[in-house]
Write a protein that binds this ligand. Structure first.
Ligand code: T4K
Length: 404
């Protein structure tokens, strides 16, 4: 392998196999096979089976809450949560999030009201949330992005002042400490619930899956019934429900993953520290470090490209990395407010979100977690360094390819 050239300039790609941002973590196979055998032997594949029940206990313990209600994914979990809470009207949320946050609200007939983010943390700006509150506000959703927690204390104060409930989209935050952030008061004092994801790309996966974390007994019971067609007993249907159940193999997969959470988090931290060290000093490129090292799962490696200081644009760097089989992602470009159906809203319902636009325009998620070894990280950083050094030739090559 050449140390100094780049695939975009005609050299061989750095990696023969792609390095993805979301490569799933696979728990020890012998344990997975044993769980699968147990499920097959018992012929209990779904409908609140023993693995789902065990997962719920483990997730609740892990996050210090009374209840974890497992669901087929986090998007549906959010929808059921909004519906179970009887929300109606507007729901305030950051535009800089995975589109699922907005779609879950819209699917439930709520109006997603997008507000700006904090440029440092990339999470919802509590002042912007407070400014968006009006008589139609039904709830506020804080999103814990990049495996770090958003500004919970200030958001709780905003929600309390507004008299509306606070919900956390914690899809990316499994393993972060949510214990004192989920109180049982549905009237709006403190947060009602957090929603975590167990998607294949998350720190712990159930292939697909999610869960609502809450201390509210009534809410948890309602969600359990709603996810199972509204059943309130063996053959009594008490309310409108749907099918949002998690299956047994997904639950077993997630249990085996949870058993590795501590070592995964430790390794993720090493990856973050390696990226931080190897990228230090590059012009216009900064590694997104969490505001506090406490309660982070370090599942994502995020860099910011400052267009005024970096000799390459974010998209030029992205293209350069893809040529090396480093499949970095522009999460969450261009922001929910610029995606459909929200982009087609009338102009008076389209907010100006300068911080969101700037962050979405400069962000790059690099392969991290299970996708890379520490050596991979060093090699990736070395390629980024070379790309910046050879920026004129890189740009020329990209322009030639466009013109060709
Ligand atoms: N809220 C937030 C803040 C979220 O981040 C998410 C999900 C949600 C809510 C909703 O949670 P769920 O309803 O999904 O439980 C991915 C995930 O699909 C999504 O779960 C995640 N956030 C989002 C940040 O990333 P895409 O469209 O980027 O996925 P995809 O298929 O491109 O996967 C990324 C890369 O990972 C692929 O290029 C290859 C690799 N990969 C992926 C899968 C699924 C694998 O190597 N193997 C795999 O099995 O959304």
């Amino acid at each position: 392998m050449s140390q100094n050239e780049l695939a975009i300039l005609g050299d061989k790609p750095l990696f023969a196999e792609p390095r993805h941002v979301g490569t799933p973590f696979i728990p020890p196979r012998d344990l997975l096979h044993a769980s699968l055998d147990e499920i097959l032997d018992a012929r209990r594949l779904s409908n609140d089976g023993p693995f789902v029940q065990e997962l719920e206990v483990l997730l609740a313990e892990q996050h210090g809450v009374a209840h974890a209600v497992a669901m087929c994914n986090a998007t549906i979990a959010m929808q059921l949560l909004f519906r179970a809470m009887g929300l109606c009207g507007e729901i305030i949320m950051p535009a800089f999030t995975f589109i699922a946050t907005a779609h879950a609200a819209t699917w439930e007939g709520l109006e997603a009201v997008f507000v700006d983010i904090d440029r440092e943390t990339h999470c919802i700006d509590p002042v912007a949330a407070a400014n968006a509150v009006n008589a139609d506000t039904a709830a506020i959703v804080g999103v814990h992005l990049w495996g770090q927690l958003c500004d919970i204390e200030r958001l709780i104060r905003v929600a309390e002042n507004a008299g509306v409930p606070l919900i956390f989209d914690a899809a990316q935050a499994l393993g972060c400490d949510c214990s004192n952030h989920v109180t049982s008061n549905l009237a709006g004092s403190g947060a009602v619930a957090s929603v975590i994801s167990l998607h294949a790309t998350k720190i712990v996966s159930g292939l697909e899956g999610g869960a609502v974390l809450t201390n509210n007994d009534v809410l948890a019971d309602k969600l359990r019934s709603m996810r199972n067609f509204g059943f309130a007993g063996y053959d009594r249907v008490a309310s409108l429900g749907t099918n949002a159940k998690l299956n047994e193999f997904s639950a077993a997969f997630a249990i085996r993953g949870l058993e590795c959470l501590e070592s995964l988090t430790r390794r993720n931290r090493q990856i973050r520290e390696m990226y931080q060290a190897c990228l230090a000093g590059l012009p216009g490129l900064s590694f997104h470090a969490p505001a506090t090292a406490k309660s982070v799962n370090d599942h994502y490696a995020i860099v910011m490209i400052d267009p005024t200081a970096c000799p390459l644009t974010r998209d030029e760097l992205l293209q350069t990395l893809w040529a090396e089989n480093i499949l970095a992602r522009r999460y969450f470009f261009p922001g929910c407010h610029r995606m459909e159906p929200y982009a087609s809203r009338p102009v008076e319902r389209k907010p100006l979100l300068p911080a969101t636009d700037d962050v979405a325009g400069g962000v790059l998620a690099l392969p991290a977690s299970s996708a890379v070894s520490l050596e991979d990280v060093q090699l990736i950083c070395q390629r980024i360094r070379v790309a910046i050094e050879l920026h004129n030739r890189v740009r020329e090559s990209i322009n030639q390819a466009v013109g060709a």
